[in-house]
Design a protein around this ligand. Structure first.
Ligand SMILES: [Zn+2]
Length: 372
């Protein structure tokens, strides 16, 4: 690390928080009192990260993150055992102005402090909270570190602006859409999927599309060995019977990973079809097909059962886990129960027509966890 000299200015007893690195005051550190216009030094300085951008900070412990949001849930303090010590934790949720919710887990003193402060504010209170120096657990959760702090309804421009917009939103509530309405609005053609604005959706957003399978690329095979529980690939697993995510497992399982090319009237695109979804399409498990393999090169050729899918048309619910334009199938929809496209997207109306469906009685799948 190059040596850097910082001039750190702070007022009074304010806790200074440096967002991206720790701050060490050593013997050589010189603390100088300054005179004059100290009011021009802000009491707080944060680097707020948009909820959408938390994904890029997942698991990166060298970055501390500041977030701000409307507190929508505060849970009771819980005691959690960690290394034979009892830790107090408080789970809460904050929401941004786009409606995205992020889970906040606070440990130790900051947990009880936050819980009590929120209790004091009262149940009906609309509180905007700032959490600083947080670690990002996942794209939708953060947890406190030893340098974390929280501030409720802080008088800073960012919070004031947030609160003003929140008040506008609360004054003009948008009626909550029914799941059927949301589904009907999620129809997209391939052309539309390919030109989505990454700002307009996230990894949980589901889209409906009606497409025909025109090819399945098996040059890298059509299955993989994965965890029997979470389906994570065993490639790079710590041991043969140990999943990097779940720990020791009974035995790895062969799962499908079909790299399909699909088309509709507007174009073509690649779609990955994993595990149980693929099994539902193919009609037999990957294990059964693997058991039939006799020659090594069969790993890189399509078994008849998979090849038969080419030319079939389906309504898929697809998602883009990394919001980078590579979509995977979440579920195969039942054409009889899937709603027609909502008004504006009428150009894909004909694609909602169940006519031409080759597998018309697919069940609607639940919200399985995505793969890997
Ligand atoms: Zn696993």
């Amino acid at each position: 690390m190059p040596c850097q000299i910082f001039t750190l200015m702070c007022r009074g007893t304010t806790i200074c928080h440096v967002a991206t690195s720790g701050l060490c005051i050593r013997r050589q550190t010189v603390v100088t009192e300054i005179e004059g216009d100290i009011d021009s030094i802000p009491l707080h300085s944060f680097e707020f990260v948009n909820f959408k951008d938390l994904r890029s900070r997942c698991g990166n412990n060298s970055l501390l993150t500041d977030v701000l949001g409307h507190v929508v849930d505060v849970r009771e303090i819980e005691g959690v055992k960690k290394r034979s010590r009892l830790l107090e934790i408080c789970n809460a949720s904050i929401r941004d102005l786009r409606g995205k919710v992020v889970g906040v887990t606070l440990y130790r003193d900051i947990a009880s402090g936050f819980f009590e402060d929120m209790l004091e504010k009262g149940q009906g209170a609309s509180v905007v909270a700032v959490f600083t120096g947080m670690a990002v657990d996942s794209s939708s959760s953060v947890c406190s570190t030893t340098s974390s702090e929280y501030y409720l309804d802080l008088e800073i421009p960012e919070v004031q602006e947030f609160r003003a917009n929140l008040l506008i939103q609360q004054g003009n509530p948008v009626p909550e859409k029914t799941p059927a309405q949301k589904l009907a609005e999620s129809w997209r053609t391939i052309e539309q999927l390919k030109s989505l604005d990454p700002e307009e959706y996230d990894e949980d957003t589901m889209f409906l599309c009606r497409v025909s399978l025109i090819d399945i690329d098996c040059s890298n095979g059509w299955c993989y060995l994965g965890c029997d529980t979470c389906q994570k690939s065993m490639y790079g697993a710590p041991r043969k019977y140990k999943c990097a995510r779940c720990g020791p497992i009974k035995r790895p399982v062969q799962w499908y990973k079909l790299k399909a090319k699909v088309e509709d009237a507007t174009g073509t695109m690649d779609l990955i079809i994993f595990c149980e979804v693929a099994e539902e399409l193919v009609g037999v498990s990957a294990k059964e097909l693997v058991d039939n393999i006799e020659e090594d090169d069969e790993w890189y050729a399509l078994p008849e059962e998979i090849e038969d899918l080419i030319g079939s048309t389906h309504t898929f619910q697809v998602f883009d886990k990394y919001v980078n334009g590579s979509f995977a199938v979440r579920s195969i929809m039942d054409d009889a129960s899937v709603p027609p496209p909502a008004g504006a997207a009428s150009d894909c109306k004909e694609k909602a027509d169940p006519e031409g469906s080759q597998k018309p009685s697919k069940r609607l799948r639940g919200d399985d966890d995505s793969i890997n």
